[in-house]
Write a protein that binds this ligand. Structure first.
Ligand code: MN
Length: 499
């Protein structure tokens, strides 16, 4: 995620000539102070202050420059004074970058004894930002509005989370996804319109024959494999069969070879996400499990069985959550425990669950077990329990003439019982508002069995993401009612006819 360091968000402050030069200097001075303060909080992206915008020409030039500046990922706009919004029509009509309206005021409190007309002329956010807000509404601009004094922790935390989202937007627009083999045969939800996806999100999905990956895997140097196996030994609890003398040691060596080959293939081609399928592994010794788990932990997006939409979404969530502590993973609703009123979902995949969600880094087991499908040798994989806490599952499905994102709020819970034979990393969650409604809602909306699971990202962040790309957004949460959701889905059908 080195690329994040070079990104910037532009801080754009609006005013006008009406108040005189002295007032404009004060506006600039105050904007400098806010920029300095926000940058001192080590937000996700560095903020760069732009000259105060006071004419239509300034604003148009600034928006065009933002569009063309590769490392500018978004704009924060703040109206210190009134800034007549007709001046913003030209610029905002052309703006292609995400926009946040920071509805703040330089002074936290009114200076009760000193307040006079000069003060009132200068501190006009309360109405200046409403004029600006009207134009955003009039132009139907997707935008995020943060309200409150700029020194409040909550304000800059919201800005930080927005920055994470817009960085993921920037990343999606530049993302290349490698697809080894095609879709799992006959499966519907993992399919979709790749051309439309590239038009909407900007990412490209390119297919490769597995032999091309196999060539890369077979060219890996043995010394590098030995080194990587040593690294595994340091980090993970190795099963007896995988130790130096163990009977499945070869499988671990093959696992390391696959990891190095896969990473080399992806990095050479600039791919930050990928898919594979167990039906198409010709020339490979085993389905990549350990390799995929470790690459996801490094930030690569992944989708099983050719699921490129989920691979892109897992990548987005990985970018949004970079540097946070709880983790994100490719996920699948696997099996249930249906104790009445205490139903839990066991989320996992055949192999590919990211160890970033593990509840203890010291307690990750590296083992080899049969897969029972695919006809290959037993794959190596990491096995662990996950953290508890608030979480989400997100999916994007292609419903024909549009993409729909569905996000479900979850409560990740501790693993309720020992499962000595469970061969995969996994997580348990409870649905909101309850198992019955949460499950009905997901199925009604057409949510996939695959998802991007995250303990770091919330539904609001994904809503911002969906709004920018102008895709449908359905949020299943504590307040979801099936009758209302059915209406929402029906009305959305009508709404998208007019888009
Ligand atoms: Mn699957």
């Amino acid at each position: 995620m080195e690329f994040i360091k070079k990104l910037e968000v532009w801080f754009v402050v609006g005013s006008q000539h009406l108040y005189g030069e002295k007032a404009l200097q004060q506006v600039e001075q105050n904007a400098k102070e806010i920029t300095k303060y926000l940058n001192s909080k080590n937000l996700f992206v560095n903020i760069k202050l732009k000259p105060v915008s006071i004419t239509s020409e300034d604003i148009l030039a600034l928006c065009r420059a933002a569009n063309n500046q590769e490392n500018c990922v978004g704009l924060i706009a703040w109206m210190h004074t009134f800034s007549p919004a007709k001046m913003w029509i030209g610029g905002l009509s052309q703006l292609t970058k995400p926009l946040l309206q920071f509805h703040t005021q330089f002074n936290k409190n009114i200076p009760w004894n000193e307040i006079d007309m000069d003060y009132m002329n200068l501190h006009q956010t309360a109405h200046g930002d409403r004029e600006f807000g009207f134009l955003g509404a009039r132009l139907r601009l997707p935008r995020t509005i943060v309200v409150g004094h700029w020194q409040q922790t909550e304000c800059y935390q919201k800005i930080d989370r927005w920055m994470r989202v817009i960085t993921a937007i920037y990343d999606q627009q530049n993302l290349k996804i490698a697809r080894f083999g095609d879709n799992m045969r006959h499966v519907a939800v993992t399919e979709g319109d790749k051309v439309e996806a590239q038009i909407k999100f900007g990412y490209s999905v390119d297919g490769f024959g597995v032999y091309q990956l196999v060539d890369e895997i077979n060219s890996i140097d043995n010394d590098k494999i030995t080194q990587l196996v040593q690294e595994y030994k340091k980090i993970y609890q190795l099963a007896d069969s995988l130790t130096q003398e163990g009977e499945a040691r070869t499988q671990l060596i093959e696992g390391a070879r696959i990891e190095l080959g896969l990473k080399a293939f992806l990095d050479k081609g600039g791919f930050k996400a990928f898919t594979d399928t167990f039906e198409n592994l010709h020339g490979m010794n085993q389905l990549p499990g350990l390799a995929v788990q470790r690459l996801m932990e490094q930030g690569y997006g992944f989708g099983g069985e050719g699921d490129w939409k989920t691979a892109a979404l897992v990548r987005a969530v990985k970018v949004m959550g970079f540097g946070l502590n709880n983790g994100s993973s490719f996920m699948e609703d696997y099996t249930y425990d249906l104790d009445e009123d205490n139903e839990v979902v066991l989320g996992a995949h055949m192999l590919e669950v990211c160890p970033s969600i593990a509840n203890s880094k010291q307690n990750i087991h590296l083992d080899v077990k049969p897969l029972s499908i695919g006809g290959k040798a037993d794959p190596v994989r990491l096995i662990f329990d996950s953290k508890a806490g608030s979480a989400i599952n997100a999916t994007i499905v292609d419903v024909g003439e549009r993409f729909r994102m569905i996000v479900a709020d979850l409560e990740s819970v501790n693993t309720p019982h020992n499962m000595p034979n469970l061969p995969v990393g996994h997580v348990f969650w409870k649905l909101k508002p309850n198992f019955d409604i949460g499950t009905q809602a997901w199925i009604l909306a057409g949510g996939a069995h695959h998802s991007a699971f995250s303990l770091d990202i919330d539904a609001d962040m994904l809503r911002t993401f969906a709004e920018f790309f102008e895709i449908e957004f359905i949020h299943i949460n504590e307040n979801t009612k099936i009758s209302e959701l059915k209406n929402e889905l029906l009305w959305n059908e009508a709404a998208y006819k007019f888009k």
